[in-house]
Ligand binder design. Sequence first.
Ligand SMILES: C[S@@+](CC[C@H](N)C(=O)[O-])C[C@H]1O[C@@H](n2cnc3c(N)ncnc32)[C@H](O)[C@@H]1O
Length: 301
Amino acid sequence: MSEWQVLHVEAAPDLADLIEADLWELGCGGIERRDADQLVEKGAALPPAGKSWLWASFEGAAAAAGARDVLAAREGVVILSLQPAPQQDWSSSWRDRFTPHHIRGKNGDPAFLVRAPWHQEPPAPGETVIIINPGMAFGTGEHETTRLCLRAFAERAQDAGVLSAQRWLDLGCGTAILAMAANLRGVPRVVGMDIDPDAIRVAREVLEDNPGARVELIAGELQDAPGEFHGVFANILLGPLKELAPGLAKKITPGGLLIASGVLNHQAGELIGAMADAGFRLLDHLTEGEWSCCVFSAPEG
Ligand SMILES: C[S@@+](CC[C@H](N)C(=O)[O-])C[C@H]1O[C@@H](n2cnc3c(N)ncnc32)[C@H](O)[C@@H]1O
């Protein structure tokens, strides 16, 4: 079998849409795209502002070189590299990087220990253990936005008696880390939902590593979520959050909690405005590095 080659190109996002179509026409076997404002796991590089990166895989050097020559002639396209596909075992390099991490709640009290199945680290008193072995899905707990959502939940949702009568939704659940956190801290009915069926497949595997956690997983969108919820996690990007605001107001019981993240600090004002327009009241604004998490109370009806 011939060797796979990876062509890495940079272009403005609009142009990248067109180039993706061209790359398929040119016979590529797969494309990975990364935009400058994308949420990525820690350590992953991002293109400069206003640019997108595409990695296109071609079977055989001739096909790859042909595609490079076609794209090199297009205005606005920069060829960054053309190289043989790495033979690296990505899952094991991810394993090496992933270390147990602790999330603290109110007054800095221990709240969650997120670790992999092969880590031996015992939880500190008061910590709930979440085991993650997610492969490539978003939601290892390493990203600031996930950590902020866990912190916000630990700070706000402390009364076990209240939680034991509640129902929560993790919208855009990825590995379902937030859904599991809510269930393991005492919320009996939790739904994890994602538009990406692959995320749901990964979340099922992650749940098997956490036999104490019970989460109903659904591939779909907010309108597919059955019933109302006392609390919702939505760690998605600013654009989808703004669009979802009116729908979220209908899905959360009056006065219920919305823990929303996935926005940069400079975007938080826009999120707060969109949520206020939908009737949400800001309770808290947490930050870590350049990322924000906003906690809202749902409209009173
Ligand atoms: C940043 S990841 C968050 C994963 C996990 N909840 C966490 O906090 O680590 C965002 C997830 O939202 C999903 N997503 C994006 N838009 C969505 C939408 N409108 N409805 C449901 N899921 C969505 C994506 O597929 C992705 O898995």
